[in-house]
Design a protein around this ligand. Sequence first.
Ligand code: ADP
Length: 273
Amino acid sequence: VLVRGYIQRDAQGQPLRISGTSMDLTEHKRIEQMKNEFVSTVSHELRTPLTSISGALGLINGGALGEVPPAMQQMLEIAYRNSQRLGHLINDLLDMEKIAAGKMSFDMHEHSLRQLLEEALASNQAFAAQLGVNCVLREAVDVQVWVDASRLQQVLGNFLSNAIKYTPEGGEVSLHCSVPDATHVRISVTDQGPGIAAEFRARVFEKFAQADASDSRQKGGTGLGLAITKEFIERMGGKVGFDTAEGQGTTFWCELPILETCASTPEPGRGHL
Ligand code: ADP
């Protein structure tokens, strides 16, 4: 039951009247649970056939059946790209549902952060090259962190793919890693995109939030990535944030607890894609 109370006071601040409301949330919670279960069932049912479609398209697209006419190749690429996109959406929906149901588990181990950052850069190499964006690891203090490596890769992949998507062709996305205090490490991804409008900033980490509704069509997003990111980082004992200025790019960052520092910095430009 949700209870709210109000005290009305006179000009001298003396209480005049107390009023209150109470709301039974049982029905609301039941509907919310049914909605989550429905999304989860539909997403699971969609995932299996989509995996076969994506796999078959990937094989044909990769030339497994030999040369195809150029016009058909172009259609295949579109079909393959969109099947991948649908796959991401389904995985994001399943993650959101697991988070809401408290069923998201984390496989925590000790890892070298530098190695995880290099892997994240390498995984985004093809996407950056496709959009003509240069991705660089600018600075990386190597520390040991206690994380679920695949969830952290998902977070870094989300920061990097957003940064790449919003940076104009020929621009640069840089990955930094610094130690703001003795107990935490900060990983930041800086882009040369349009920045985030002041009126959208408070909603950036909300589910399905997109500054521009046409982004989902033009840039292929779902508005779920940053909501999932925030949840993952907080569950691993850290926090997320961003700094932005309209027209001057954005830096998304996350901070995680450090296990051990093995100070070393790569030469400038190391990790160029
Ligand atoms: P999406 O799948 O739409 O990228 P996200 O949750 O990752 O979903 O991002 C939510 C929204 O935040 C995006 O649609 C975009 O409006 C804004 N956003 C995220 N990253 C950036 C960025 N680097 N520069 C500008 N806007 C961004």
